[in-house]
Design a protein around this ligand. Sequence first.
Ligand SMILES: Nc1ncnc2c1ncn2[C@@H]1O[C@H](COP(=O)(O)O)[C@@H](OP(=O)(O)O)[C@H]1O
Ligand SMILES: CCC(=O)SCCNC(=O)CCNC(=O)[C@H](O)C(C)(C)COP(=O)(O)O
Ligand SMILES: [Mg+2]
Length: 375
Amino acid sequence: MSGPLRSGPSSWRRAASVVLAAGWGRPDPAAPSLPAAGFRLLLLQRSQRQGFLPDAHVFPGGVLDAADSSADWQRLFAPHLGPPRFGLSSALPSRAAFPVLPGDRPDAADSDPAALLDDVALRICAIREAFEEAGVLLLRARGAQPHSGPAPEPGCALAPPPDLEAWRARVRSDPRHFLHLCAHLDCTPDIWALHDWSAWLTPFTRPGGRRFDTAFFLCCLRKPPTACPDMAEMVGYQWLSPSEATESFLSKEIWLAPPQFYEIRRLANFASLSDLHKFCLDHALEGRERWLPITLLTADGALQLLPGDELYLEDSDYLENSLSTEKKIEEIMKEGKKFHRVVMHDRHLYSIHVTVPTKHKHVYPKTYVVAKSRV
Ligand SMILES: Nc1ncnc2c1ncn2[C@@H]1O[C@H](COP(=O)(O)O)[C@@H](OP(=O)(O)O)[C@H]1O
Ligand SMILES: CCC(=O)SCCNC(=O)CCNC(=O)[C@H](O)C(C)(C)COP(=O)(O)O
Ligand SMILES: [Mg+2]
């Protein structure tokens, strides 16, 4: 296996995504007021004109803007909820010392004492992007009874305003307008409905490639809101269950990058929306672990190694480098036992191998290997 040749440091963009899981299927006739048992996930199709991951299906999300941390939000959250955490659960323990990124600093609020904490600003970013990209408004009426900590039950998105397109155009042209929209609707972003889920760093693929440091939040909704892609950045959408999304990927109807595939397989562990929501509430104090996948190029494909895998190297050289080998995937898999990896056999054929125990009470996907007949 060959190691690193040093290349220049990447510039990292901070970003946030929200995995929207909405109740789906008929409610139980014996308890019609309860939400439907199953759930589907909102996947948006990126335009082919996008510079990064063209045509991929992703969760709504995008790059953190200065407007997302603006102190101006404080007035909207007042009088019930105030800084620093606006009723979010207590600060999370910092997770995973590896890797440290060149731009890592404790919090935006350190350089500007009036700025919102990252935990709040990243949630506002994900909620703003869900509006910009899908027209979904994850907002909460300001007059609603304030609750401290995460929402006890899955909620609903706000019905889109009649002038949705005009507001969306304004917010897309200047993210500061998102605060104006919230004020106009007398709402705040529903930051309490977004649960810490995971965080992914874009793996190194080539020098100068785009790199994101993305926080993933999970939001459970009782029912699917009307989604309306912007038809610029996003050109389509689908609500798919984890098994439907997996099947669509394998049958080449949609393309998923490895982190999205991993998250979809992780969500296949949950039989119902209420199980998933309960897990989010129980998991609330565990924090987000940030993972840097390390790519191992093989003679016939590639592996993405994740923390805990026996080939994973906690070495900052792999922020800017991949590993490579002349061996084939099958040989590499025969040689090992301790796996936490996504195997990329080809563009539409991934498998996931997990034999390591989970950390911080999270859940990992089950090993997922596609039948030989499909290979
Ligand atoms: N009509 C369009 N077609 C393709 N990409 C578009 C687009 N309008 C905006 N984008 C791109 O979508 C990205 C915005 O992503 P987000 O707001 O989710 O972070 C930007 O990419 P760049 O980061 O390459 O500029 C932007 O250029
Ligand atoms: C084999 C190549 C890869 O694994 S690419 C991995 C892509 N994933 C990431 O870079 C980290 C996770 N973040 C996302 O996927 C988000 O979709 C996004 C925030 C990077 C999208 O960015 P945009 O600003 O264009 O919306
Ligand atoms: Mg985006």
